[in-house]
Structures are given as structure tokens and as C-alpha cells.
Design a protein around this ligand. Structure first.
Ligand SMILES: O=C1O[C@H](COP(=O)(O)O)[C@@H](O)[C@H](O)[C@H]1O
Length: 266
């Protein structure tokens, strides 16, 4: 699962992607629970939650090592839009509808860390970002002061422009070195006001997985993996900075034009 460069996995279709993603997430879960008793995972919005749901809500055939232990999960949001939690633009609402509401009771309930709903309508999203950073600090810096949180797994999407979280190409936020969570008021993709994990937080995670499927991601993946220009895009910066911790789960449609070596199994 690791090498000296990002792993680009490519599978025939979304169902096959979901099957392998499940294996990978469960491997990360089991290792994390053995290490520290919980699984701290961050999720994204966009197209990711649907594929994640397909992966995690599959039947496990009673294989013990294929068991999801949601009661040990702490779920965070790699980025969130500054909207109420029940707004159609909310990443929380999306993840709730696709996944959280559908988790069978016998698998346990995760602890979900949403943004503070009392500050989503603030003019300046700085407070919302600061409060979410404090939420992370309660979990990751409970005993000592730590420079950065160490997520067990961050699950990312990649937009057609190469953005990930709410980190957009050429945006000054890509230079942020200190904050764990940052506000953005000029997102080129609506809604404009959001908060996002910063690059240092993402690249400090133990495991990072991108999920990118469908024709709409074909040009983006080609650029990210086969061109120098792609290394400057937000998703490309994560490839460059986190190298072997990064695993891409793609389908044949998205990775069709990529020359970078692809793998067909975990
Ligand atoms: O705006 C966002 O977009 C990205 C990518 O979405 P996708 O639909 O192209 O997969 C997503 O990862 C992020 O969480 C979301 O806020």
C-alpha cells in the first residue's frame, strides 16, 4: 500500500472502486483502533460521500477483519460551507444523507464533529474556522500542545480544477503554514464562504485517500499525474508533499489518459 510516490489505483467502475475503498478504510480503521483505541477520520463533500456510502454500507459476509466499528469513529469535515447544517449546500447534510443516516444500528454510531451551527451565518467566516480548529484541538491536543493534528485518515475529493477541501488553484490559502483550519470568503465554486483544513493538516495525516471517478475527472487526473503544471494544483501539492501516504482511488473513465503507473489491486 506504500511506495515512494503516490499510489494511483484504477478499477473498472465505481462499484469496484467502492469495494477496494472499503478494504483500505477498514485497514486504516483496524490499525488506528489497535494503536490508540479510536479512528479519527475526516471526510469531504462533493462526489465522495456517495462512493463512500457504497463502500461502507456493503454487506460484510461476517468476516471479522471486514467489520466496521463505527462506535470508535470520530468523523470531521475536511471542509465545510458556511451554511446551516440542514442547507442543501452543507457537506455535513450530504454526508448525513448519504451515509450517517443509513448506518445500521448494530455497527454503532460514530461521533460526528460538525461546525458550530451558531456561527455559520457570520459575515466573516474567521470565527467559524477558529471554533472548528478548537474542536480539533480538544480531540488532538487534549494532553499536550501539538503542532498539528494527526488524522488516521483524510478522505478527499478532487474538483475538475484540481481543488481539494476548499483549497483552490492559485489561492493564497495554499501558503498557510500555521492555522489548522482557515476561512475562505472568495471560493470560485459556490458558495463563496467556507472553512477548510489547511495543507499542513492534510499532509500530516497518516493516510490520505482521494476518490475521483467519471469522465469529468479525466483531464484533471492527466494533468495531476503527467504534467509539471499539475504539481502546483492543490491536489498535486498533496501528491508532492505527502507522497507515499497518498492513495488515489479512480475508475477507468477518470484515469483513462494517465500514463503514470496505475495499480489494479491494493
Ligand atoms: O466544493 C467541494 O468540492 C470538492 C470536490 O468535489 P467533487 O464533486 O468534484 O468530488 C469536495 O471534495 C469538497 O469537499 C467540496 O466542498
Amino acid at each position: 500500500m506504500t511506495g515512494s510516490s503516490p499510489n494511483l489505483y484504477s478499477f473498472p467502475d465505481v462499484d469496484a472502486v467502492a469495494k477496494e475503498l472499503r478494504k483500505y478504510v477498514i485497514q486504516c480503521q483496524n490499525a488506528s483502533i489497535s494503536r490508540h483505541g479510536s479512528f479519527r477520520v475526516a471526510v469531504s463533500g462533493g462526489s465522495l460521500p456517495a462512493t463512500l456510502s457504497l463502500a461502507l454500507l456493503a454487506v460484510n459476509n461476517d468476516i471479522p477483519e471486514d467489520t466496521l466499528k463505527f462506535s470508535k469513529w470520530e468523523i470531521f469535515f475536511a471542509d465545510e460551507r458556511c451554511v446551516p447544517l440542514d442547507d442543501p449546500e452543507s457537506n455535513y447534510r450530504l454526508v448525513k444523507g448519504e451515509l450517517l443516516d443509513k448506518i445500521p444500528a448494530e455497527l454503532g454510531a460514530p461521533r460526528v464533529h460538525t461546525v458550530d451551527p451558531n456561527h455559520v451565518n457570520d459575515d466573516d467566516p474567521q470565527d467559524l474556522a477558529d471554533l472548528y480548529q478548537e474542536e480539533l484541538m480538544h480531540v488532538f491536543a487534549a494532553k499536550d500542545s501539538v503542532r498539528l493534528p494527526v488524522f488516521d485518515l483524510i478522505l478527499l475529493g478532487c474538483g475538475p480544477d484540481g481543488h481539494t477541501c476548499s483549497l483552490f488553484p492559485g489561492h493564497e490559502l495554499l501558503q498557510e503554514k500555521d492555522a489548522w483550519v482557515a476561512p475562505i470568503s472568495d471560493s470560485p465554486k459556490p458558495p463563496p464562504k467556507r472553512i477548510t483544513f489547511t495543507l499542513p493538516v492534510v499532509t500530516h495525516a497518516l493516510n490520505i485517500a482521494f476518490v475521483a471517478t467519471g469522465n469529468g475527472k479525466k483531464r484533471t487526473l492527466k494533468m495531476l499525474f503527467d504534467t509539471e503544471e499539475g504539481k502546483e494544483l492543490p491536489s498535486g501539492l498533496i501528491n508532492v508533499q505527502a507522497v507515499s501516504k497518498v492513495n488515489w482511488f479512480t475508475d477507468y473513465a477518470a484515469a483513462a489518459d494517465v500514463l503514470y503507473p496505475k495499480r489494479g489491486s491494493l
